[in-house]
Design a protein around this ligand. Structure first.
Ligand code: FAD
Ligand code: NAD
Length: 441
């Protein structure tokens, strides 16, 4: 049986970060990847999504400015845009594999444990001083009649021809970001939600303003609807819900993601897990000594995001190399949905402390600023949460929400007050950065 210092199962952002750091050591490393090297984010997640969003945003901004100095809205050619996406992204998995292979051994296949300390792939068995599970998450598929008609975000992000009518089940991050893209490209979109809340991570007011903005662009929403089945119809598909039937050409299942643990053979081990992922301690060690988990596959309350996965990769590298023996402490984490308008947040939510007199909430409409007025961005609203004069939370809905909220991350994470900000920084004007010091007073 071949032995390594470290075995990394998966090659997404969490494992890739660790593999790059381990490349600087003399350790013998094996990276096992069952699908596309680089994982979700660069191949069928954040990166292709934000790439496609560039053109979609241009179209939506031009529509928003009709009658405000723009006379002809831009038009999105989905097939042409998709070709540029495929040209850019198709080579990435092979390139990533080559980069990893320069310093580590690689095995192309799905790994599973045969016992607590032995991993099997392609009929070979391997052991290591440290085994790191970094297998991420995978999209849910509703278990309903006609589920063979359901597509995932993976399918949609490579869809060469845009269907006329698209139905999206689920209005979380993946659902609403992809709705933004396909609706901007001209598809008639219906979103089926099983409650009346879309992005629960944001305030109710932000969530409602986002849904309203989407409705005003012609996107239909079915609230509190339970999807029962998908049926073949004479001219497409019927999505049958308890609130009525939606005729459509394509159905995206965006009802969430679950940890990639089914193929890992955990039943042959003592590695504990729950429906949110693998259970780890403060050093990211599983319930088996020497076996660790990082990234989206970990059961934790922090959001499942690329920078969080990378942070865990860095932390575990430092811990295993003896550079840090402290338990992991997560930094201040910013989060955004790249919808139109965007929504973004950091720290304490205004809704969570609405009834707590220790907190003060300020809501600031941004539409009067020239930057926002110049985009005819009528919804932009910033919400700040203070405790003991200190900023502890910020959220925004608006065309620039993600960039705007990035301004508040150092304020909260480094605990800077308005005076210190003003003394140490002159931010770029006229952006929101320039207003931060004033807003902290
Ligand atoms: C559509 C979409 C958009 C997103 N947008 C953003 C965004 O804008 N910003 C952001 O921060 N995050 C975003 N995310 C989330 C982000 O992609 C993940 O948080 C990130 O990829 C997690 O990295 P990871 O390494 O933990 O897992 P992954 O990237 O999922 O990588 C896990 C890898 O393990 C492999 N694997 C699984 N099982 C096995 C096995 N048994 N053996 C071998 N290999 C295995 C998989 O094939 C995969 O390559 C998005 C996700 C999606 C789906
Ligand atoms: N911009 C970003 O940072 C970004 C983008 C995409 C994904 N992500 C990450 O990926 C994670 C997963 O995203 P996601 O959108 O797949 O999951 P999610 O949990 O954000 O959203 C899934 C949605 O589907 C709904 N749902 C569940 N069952 C349903 C049903 N039967 N009918 C209708 N609706 C149903 C849920 O209520 C929820 O609103 C996110 O939490 C985030 O961490 C981040």
């Amino acid at each position: 049986m071949k032995k390594y210092d470290e075995i990394l199962i998966g090659s997404g952002p969490a494992a890739y970060e660790m593999s790059n750091l381990l490349a600087q050591t003399d350790h013998k490393i094996l990276v096992i990847e069952g699908f596309e090297y680089g994982g979700t984010c660069p191949n069928y997640g954040c990166e292709p999504k934000i790439f496609l969003e560039g053109a979609a945003r241009t179209v939506l901004q031009s529509q928003q400015l009709l009658g405000h100095g723009v006379s002809q809205p831009a038009k999105l050619d989905w097939s042409a845009l998709m070709q540029t996406k495929l040209d850019r992204f198709d080579p990435w998995p092979a390139e990533t594999r080559e980069i990893i292979k320069k310093t580590h051994d690689v095995e192309d296949g799905y790994a599973h444990f045969v016992d607590d300390h032995t991993v099997s792939v392609n009929g070979h068995q391997y052991q290591a001083e440290h085994i790191i599970i970094a297998t991420g998450q995978t999209p849910n598929i509703l278990d309903i009649p006609g589920k063979e008609h359901l597509h995932t975000s993976y399918d949609l992000l490579s869809l060469k021809n845009l269907p006329k009518r698209i139905t999206v089940i689920g209005a979380g991050f993946v659902g609403l970001e992809l709705v933004t893209l396909v609706a901007a490209a001209g598809a008639e979109v219906t979103v089926i939600m099983h409650s009346d809340r879309a992005l629960r991570e944001f305030t109710k007011a932000e969530d409602q303003a986002l849904v309203t903005a989407m409705q005003q662009r012609g996107i239909k929403f079915l609230f509190n609807a339970d999807t029962q089945k998908v049926e073949q119809a004479a001219d497409g598909l019927n999505v049958v819900t308890d609130q009525g039937t939606v005729s459509t050409d394509y159905v995206l299942d965006a009802t969430g993601r679950h940890p990639n643990i089914e193929q890992l053979g955990l039943e042959n081990t003592s590695i504990a897990h729950d429906r949110h992922g693998i259970t780890v301690d403060g050093h990211l060690m599983t319930t088996v000594a020497g076996v660790y988990a990082i990234g989206d596959v970990v059961s934790r309350r922090q959001p499942k995001l690329t920078p969080v996965a990378e942070f865990e990769g860095q932390y575990l590298f430092n811990y295993l190399m003896g550079k840090n023996d402290q338990e992991i402490v997560y930094p201040t984490i910013g989060q955004a949905a790249f919808t139109f308008p965007e929504v973004a947040r950091v720290g304490v939510s205004a809704d969570a402390v609405a009834d707590d007199s220790q907190y003060q909430v300020k809501t600031i409409p941004l539409k009067y600023g020239s930057l926002y007025a110049g985009q005819n961005d009528q919804v932009s609203t910033l919400t700040l949460v203070f405790k003991d004069q200190r900023l502890v939370g910020a959220s925004e809905i608006g065309d620039y929400a993600a960039d705007d909220i990035n301004n508040f991350l150092p304020v909260i994470g480094l605990e800077i007050d308005g005076a210190e900000y003003k003394q140490k920084l002159i931010a770029i004007y006229p952006t929101l950065g320039d207003k931060v010091a004033g807003l902290l007073k």
